[in-house]
Design a binder for this molecule. Structure first.
Ligand code: NDP
Length: 254
């Protein structure tokens, strides 16, 4: 494998990686040589995924914490840095979705979305970045969404949270580039996971999606691995503040 894209000797923390896109990213990154740290809200679920990866011959650890709880995040990142090793790459992937018409959107759901999708990127990145700054090296990848660019029925708070992730990415890039830290984002289009289960089961939506997307299909979560490998590797050392859309061309089409 070319050194350019190799993740040998890179330790990567992927938040929300016990299932869905995060789980597949962790697998793909491990296959490219990375040591991965699996996270979710539950230690047993995270440990089960780490055990599966270790059984395949990869190097994985499990550290559960709620990405919205700053003191739990601080304790967990300190634990990783002191007992597992330095975090070379952080992937802020944990996210949630709630769907309601705007006039009926419960305030509690709005707050949950903003906390998990947006504020957590600030909390986890700030704590990890303080370690990266000392080492003058690191990469942070924020999982945004194509929805940061579009208005769509029933998901206004989600789209707003991902719009904020886009600007957190740009701002963090500007502030951290001087410490040799690259901050980029990946903005997926529509991928089949638990988060999109209701849409996957909705034939009318699926038909619309296939017509609206130039690639004429849903994305498979494995198709996000290439972007994550690129943005974690030496190949992207001068790529900074960028949001990489992986959406089958949906945003490019009118
Ligand atoms: P899933 O619902 O399949 O998985 C979400 C993951 O996030 C789970 O591992 C979950 O952990 C974790 N998580 C949720 N809340 C927290 C929390 N407070 N603390 C720690 N972990 C948490 O979602 P996807 O895999 O589909 O989505 C992953 C990311 O990709 C999200 O940021 C999402 O917005 C984004 N995305 C997804 C798209 C899609 O089409 N699926 C499209 C565009 C963006 P637990 O198991 O403990 O609940």
């Amino acid at each position: 494998m070319s050194e350019l894209f190799s993740l040998n000797h890179k330790r990567i923390l992927v938040t929300g990686s016990a299932r869905g896109i995060g789980r597949l990213l962790a697998q793909g990154l491990a296959e490219h040589g990375a040591e991965v740290i699996i996270n979710s809200t539950q230690q047993d679920k995270s440990q089960a995924v780490a055990d599966e990866l270790n059984a395949q011959g990869f190097k994985a650890h499990a550290v559960a914490f709620d990405v919205t709880d700053s003191s739990a995040v601080q304790k967990s990142i300190d634990f990783i840095e002191q007992n597992i090793g330095p975090i070379d790459v952080l992937i802020n992937n944990a996210g949630i979705q709630r769907r309601h018409p705007f006039c009926e959107f419960p305030e509690k759901d709005y707050d949950d979305i903003i906390n998990v999708n947006q504020k957590s990127v600030f909390i986890v990145s700030q704590i990890v970045a303080r370690y990266m700054v000392k080492r003058q090296q690191g990469k942070i990848i924020n999982i945004g969404s194509m929805q940061s660019e579009l208005g769509r029925d029933t998901i206004t708070p989600y789209a707003a949270s991902k719009g904020a992730v886009k600007m957190l990415t740009r701002g963090m890039c500007v502030e951290l580039a001087r410490y040799n830290i690259q901050v980029n984002g990946i903005a997926p289009g529509y991928f089949k996971t638990e988060l999109t289960q209701a849409l996957v089961e909705n034939k009318e939506f699926s038909d619309w999606l296939c017509k609206r997307t130039p690639a004429a299909r849903w994305g498979n979560p494995e198709e996000l691995i290439g972007a994550a490998v690129f943005l974690s590797s030496k190949a992207s050392d001068f790529v900074n503040g960028h949001l990489l859309f992986v959406d089958g061309g949906m945003l490019a089409a009118v």
